[in-house]
Design a protein around this ligand. Structure first.
Ligand SMILES: Cc1cc2nc3c(=O)[nH]c(=O)nc-3n(C[C@H](O)[C@H](O)[C@H](O)COP(=O)(O)OP(=O)(O)OC[C@H]3O[C@@H](n4cnc5c(N)ncnc54)[C@H](O)[C@@H]3O)c2cc1C
Length: 450
């Protein structure tokens, strides 16, 4: 009886396998979290698929770059040069992905309260400094209460996103009931610093998409951001090592230069150690930035409209330095985020005091800086590391073009454009969601083919 039940189950299993596994070849271009999670979700949904993940750099991770720098004690410590923070709730897809791929308790975290200091370079007293724990630091209570009210406004928008579609930061801030001076001295510099851009740029961005970056919890002094002790970049590389090599081939140092249609397939051209090579695949996922994707697709005439839409999705450069120069923070009133402005309330620098996360990071600062300021740091011998990142500037036009783009790509059943940006919000979590969406499109493609 038991034997016949087992046999029956084996037949059902074989039937299910033969009916749901394909022989498809899938190319995924870009080895940031969107590409790596896309590879994982597609391999999970179709164990028959053979996936090739192309990454132009030597390592997986994309923006998530964990680097080793020396701390005050001369010990090497892991620091994320780009993305670093997450919180439970809005980053749950990211957390679940790491847990699923790396096993239970896959990482250690450290946390930090989101304390804020805004200071004019020419003045000794800060314009605003939030309490450290419950300790006030000589700040006028009125300014702090207003900032709490501002956070409540942001949280209300975060909870009701549809109402704010198409509204820019400038339009939203204009409607808020604060004095103009408060908006210029505090609200705009804070918002620009949240994204790492200028006041002019932040005004053009889509309000709801900026607010999603910081207003994810009810404003409370106990709110904390989390940081991976090993680093976000290291974890993505560990996920890559866990992929089944029978199913997923990872090709680093392999920039893709061109993708064109070849009958009902895609011809992917890439370079491997300087030698041009090709792969013919059934399904292709782009997990590269919009501008990179446009360049790779530009030779394919059927995708002219898609490339045109991609070109409208603009990026800005963020130069980030890790250094040991305490002049970028107010050491007398320690805060995690230190925003320095000039007399016209324009941002001069934007610095995270990493020592407030953990003792191992004591004396290490992470600043968004101009090229000149980085040169100065280099000369002073206080520069530990510098990277340049390109971040999408999610304006209201960006969102409109993105909607058009998704409709255009829908016409091509074997193509998906993923990446954090493709969800209209640039975080590690939105990139994982885009990886899931790539797998959903792939599933629709395989089920149609049967
Ligand atoms: C300065 C900064 C700070 C940030 N802070 C945070 C944060 O604290 N928390 C958070 O959640 N998010 C943060 N983000 C956002 C986060 O970095 C992105 O949302 C996330 O990295 C997007 O992942 P992705 O895989 O879509 O893109 P990426 O990480 O950019 O990966 C794209 C990959 O494509 C590869 N590629 C490009 N062209 C080719 C080609 N031709 N062939 C092959 N490969 C190619 C690139 O080398 C890269 O590896 C931050 C971003 C920046 C820039």
């Amino acid at each position: 009886m038991l034997f016949s039940l087992r046999l029956h189950l084996a037949i059902v299993f074989t039937f299910l396998c033969s009916s749901s596994f394909s022989q498809n070849k899938v190319a995924i271009i870009g080895g940031g979290i969107a590409g790596v999670s896309g590879a994982y979700f597609i391999s999970e949904s179709d164990p028959g698929a053979k996936i090739i993940l192309f990454e132009k750099e030597a390592k997986l991770g994309g923006n998530a770059q964990t680097v080793l720098v020396k701390n005050k004690e001369g010990l090497f410590v892991n620091v994320d040069a780009g993305p670093q923070y997450f919180v439970e709730g809005p980053w749950n897809d990211y957390i679940a992905f790491l847990t699923k791929t790396l096993g239970e308790n896959p990482y250690q975290t450290e946390s930090v309260a989101g304390t804020l200091l805004i200071q004019r370079e020419s003045q000794e007293k800060p314009v605003l400094v939030s309490p450290l724990g419950i300790k006030l630091r000589g700040e006028k209570l009125g300014k702090l209460l207003k900032f709490k009210r501002f956070n409540k406004e942001a949280y209300a928008m975060y909870k009701n996103p549809d109402k704010w579609k198409g509204i820019t930061i400038e339009t939203w801030v204009k409607e808020l009931k604060f004095e103009e001076s408060y908006k210029n001295e505090i609200i705009y510099p804070f918002l620009a610093a949240s994204l790492g851009t200028t006041i002019t740029e932040i005004k053009k961005t889509s309000a709801i998409d900026i607010v999603k970056l910081f207003a994810f919890r009810k404003p409370k002094a106990s709110n904390k951001f989390k940081v991976m002790t090993e680093g976000m970049g290291t974890l993505i590389q560990r996920v890559g090592e866990k992929m089944n090599p029978e199913q997923v081939t990872i090709k680093c140092n392999s920039p893709v230069t061109k993708v064109v249609r070849s009958k009902d397939k895609w011809l992917v051209t890439y370079s491997n150690n300087g030698v041009e090579q090709t792969e013919l695949v059934d399904f292709v996922v782009f997990a590269t930035h919009a501008d990179h994707t446009a360049k790779i697709l530009k030779s394919e005439p059927d995708l002219k409209e898609v490339t045109n839409s991609l070109k409208h999705l603009t990026y800005f450069e963020a130069k980030i330095a890790l250094h040991t120069d305490s002049d970028f923070v107010n050491t007398g009133k320690p805060a995690f985020l230190n925003v320095m402005t000039n007399d016209s309330n324009q941002l001069l620098s934007n610095t995270m005091n990493l020592g407030m996360i953990s003792d191992r990071l004591n004396g290490i600062y992470k600043s968004w800086l101009s090229a000149n300021a980085i040169e100065e740091l280099k000369k002073s011998g206080k520069l530990l590391h510098v990277s340049s990142f390109w971040h999408p500037l999610i304006t209201t036009e960006f969102i409109t073009h993105l909607e058009t783009l998704h409709k255009q790509v829908n016409e091509f059943p074997s193509l998906y454009l993923s990446g954090g940006w493709s969800e209209g919000l640039e975080t590690q979590n939105s990139a994982v969601i885009s990886g899931k969406h790539a797998a959903e499109k792939y599933k629709a493609f395989t089920s149609k083919g049967k």
